[in-house]
Design a protein around this ligand. Structure first.
Ligand code: PRT
Ligand code: ZN
Length: 283
């Protein structure tokens, strides 16, 4: 079978998490910063390390079969690719921001104003949808300093913590697009067995990340109360303890429910609660 090619970011915000995800999928490869291509020794896959801006087109044109890139880059390059899996990292929001002292109230106040951005396509689509005509100034970096330099009235950029906006005297004004890292593939190739196998591995790693393996001890008389509180993958295992009248309960619970469940479990009589990470969950 033909070796699959996956494009990931060579360096930058998505590189580390992309490499970690592939390694967690059991793939063995060298991650030399100098190499453009790295073969995987235990799966018919080659990894191409690229600038993120090039990844959508490489996938669309079939130079890479799949790619891992921010949704914002896909939207900006306007490529036609298949979304295979949202990956839950690289989360950010693309926002219009204005100087703190500005008196813009609604989005329509941007009419006739200038907006600096590195994402002119996404911004133009938003303005068209809102029926606003503004002057888009495309710059390739440090967009946040444009209003201070008198280059633009507003900016449109990626925001995650908001720290960059604050330290440049800007405030968020309108949310335009939420983004996260996505696994993309070429249209029509979604049923390639190698892609499906890799996708299954990625999903099992992601599922495991979202859940914890929990072991706790409880007196048998409180067992029903505890079991009612445990939304396990299937039903929890209950094992007898050496101490008469006590059992150990083993189960898997979603990370997001973790603290509320733990407190409820303690109140219901659970003791010696041990929480462990899970490597993979294969359904
Ligand atoms: O070299 P290459 O072209 O591959 O990388 P790049 O420099 O174009 O991109 P990079 O590595 O900065 O970001 C890659 C992807 O990470 C982006 O396309 C987004 O999908 C995602 N991402 C997530 C972010 C951020 N969070 C982010 N905070 N990309 C950029 N930022 C920047 C933003 O531009 C701004 O300057 O961080 C600043 C704002 O951050 P806060 O935390 O101060 O709000
Ligand atoms: Zn880039």
């Amino acid at each position: 079978m033909k070796t699959l090619k996956i494009a990931i970011q060579k360096s930058g915000r998505l590189n580390e998490k992309s490499v970690e995800l592939l390694k967690n999928c059991g793939l063995s490869f060298d991650n030399y910063k100098s190499s453009l291509i790295s073969p995987v020794s235990n799966f018919p896959l080659e990894i191409l390390f690229l600038r993120d801006d090039d990844i959508p087109e490489y996938v669309q044109d079939g130079i890479a079969d799949i790619g891992l890139v921010g949704e914002n880059v896909i939207a900006e390059t306007g490529v036609d690719v298949a979304y295979l899996q949202r990956l839950g990292f690289g989360k950010c929001t693309l926002k219009i921001a204005v100087p703190n002292q500005s008196d813009f109230k609604t989005v329509s106040d941007l009419s006739g104003k200038s907006i600096a951005t590195s994402y002119p396509v996404i911004l133009q689509n938003f303005l068209d949808k809102e029926g606003i005509s503004a002057d888009i100034k495309t710059i390739s970096g440090s967009v946040e300093i444009a209003p201070g330099l008198g280059l633009a009235d507003a900016i449109f950029d990626i925001v995650s913590t908001g720290g960059t906006l604050r330290s440049n005297g800007l405030k968020p004004f309108a949310d335009v697009m939420a983004s996260e890292a996505i696994l993309i593939g070429r249209k029509g190739e979604e049923t390639n067995p190698l892609i499906l196998e890799l996708l299954q591995r990625i999903q099992s790693v992601m599922r495991a990340k979202e859940t914890k393996y929990v072991v706790l001890n409880v007196e048998k008389i409180n067992l029903d109360k505890i079991l009612a509180l445990l939304p396990g993958v299937k039903s929890p295992s209950v094992l007898p303890l050496a101490e008469e009248g006590w059992v150990a309960v083993h189960t898997v619970i979603p990370e997001r429910d973790f603290w509320s469940h733990i407190n409820e479990l303690k109140t219901a009589g659970a003791q010696g609660i041990v929480v462990m990470p899970i490597e993979k969950i294969i359904l």
